[in-house]
Design a protein around this ligand. Structure first.
Ligand code: NAD
Length: 318
């Protein structure tokens, strides 16, 4: 990786990934692109930065050509809850965007990182210890685009020799950028509510156990996978990676250790509950451990302590 393009750099993952890549590879060597951003956004004012709608193949090609990019981190997508509200738009952005990225990568010989998700699994998949290779029949449009995306990335690797690599992320918890409309957003929102008002109305049932990860681990996983020896990678698209598995009730109890007055109420949203109920509780990530040395560093107590400190700083600074 010498010249890196990050598509969707202003999103929940992109903000932290771009910062990590810029500190590792040099700011000049990481081109951030965003879509529908406010001009005041810190990344928009950074350099190099370009506006990009990933559905515009010619614009994507021009940026890769101009900056001579050799690696693309493709993060632009509509997430699970939003995609259920706008399925046609989600198909357009998630699938046409990806194929433009893969075609550009083929023409310019770029490596590609594509994040898949626990959403690529469905109700028929084993929910516990979910194997690396298993049934993938998701019931959401988001999940369908993730399965198709994994397969398309495999295809471009086998058929055209494009160095595609991917991760199946669990729900991600982070303090820098707000989440973009996924089913696990509650696990971020709850921290803002706890710090601001000591009260949170949760849209998932108390006992909804899901696979989760703290953003620093998610960023480390992406960078480590892209830096790994390609000859050791058997399951390129995409690796199960996991760090912890918890319910809203358990997360609230962990927050109460720091904020004893914190209270949670459950006002279940049937649409998001149905999505969550179709996803794995905990994936098996042995293939990632064996093939490229993956290991998570953050568990629930460490993550909760750090999140509360970060959100406290963010909300009460100055
Ligand atoms: P996000 O919604 O926070 O960010 C996505 C970014 O894509 C946004 O900045 C948005 O402006 C951009 N975008 C939307 N449409 C675009 C278009 N037409 N052209 C260019 N950019 C466009 O999402 P995120 O959480 O950062 O997720 C990034 C990737 O990781 C997605 O593929 C997502 O499916 C995957 N993922 C995320 C999670 C999670 O919990 N956050 C979990 C599993 C997988």
């Amino acid at each position: 990786m010498n010249k890196i393009l990050v598509i969707g750099a202003t999103g929940q993952i992109g903000v932290e990934l771009t910062a990590a890549l810029r500190s590792r590879y040099g700011a000049d060597n990481v081109v951030a692109t965003g879509f529908n951003q406010s001009p005041g956004d810190a990344l928009v004012k950074s350099d190099p930065y370009c506006h990009l709608d990933v559905r515009n193949a010619a614009a994507l090609d021009r940026i890769v050509e101009e900056y001579r990019c050799d690696t693309i981190f493709h993060l632009a997508a509509l997430l699970s809850a939003v995609a259920e509200e706008k399925p046609q738009l989600a198909w357009d952005i998630n699938m046409n965007g990806l194929i433009h990225v893969l075609e550009t990568a083929r023409m310019h010989r770029c490596a590609v990182f594509f994040p898949s998700s626990i959403g690529a699994f469905g109700p028929e998949t084993p929910a516990l210890d979910t194997p690396q290779v298993t049934v993938q029949r998701p019931t959401t449009l988001y999940g369908i685009t993730k399965v198709a995306g994994e397969l398309l990335c495999d295809y471009y690797c086998h058929r055209f020799g494009v160095d595609t690599r991917g991760l199946r992320y669990p729900g991600l918890v982070s303090s820098k950028a707000l989440p973009g409309g996924g089913t696990t957003d509650y696990a971020v929102d709850i921290f803002y509510a706890a710090v601001a008002s000591q009260h949170y109305d949760c849209y998932l049932r108390a006992d909804t156990r899901l696979d989760m990860m703290y953003m620093p681990d998610a960023i480390r996983a992406a960078v480590r996978l892209m830096e790994a020896d390609g000859s050791a990678l058997r399951h390129r698209n995409a690796y199960n990676v996991t760090a912890m598995s918890f319910t809203p009730e358990q997360l609230a109890a962990e927050i109460q250790k720091h904020i004893p007055g914190f209270r949670i109420r459950y006002k279940v949203d049937p649409a998001r509950q149905a999505i969550a109920d179709s996803w794995p509780r905990h994936m098996n990530d042995e293939a990632a451990r064996v093939e490229w040395g993956w290991r998570a560093e953050y568990d629930l107590p460490v993550m909760v302590k750090d999140m509360l400190e970060q959100i406290e700083l963010k909300l009460h600074k100055g």
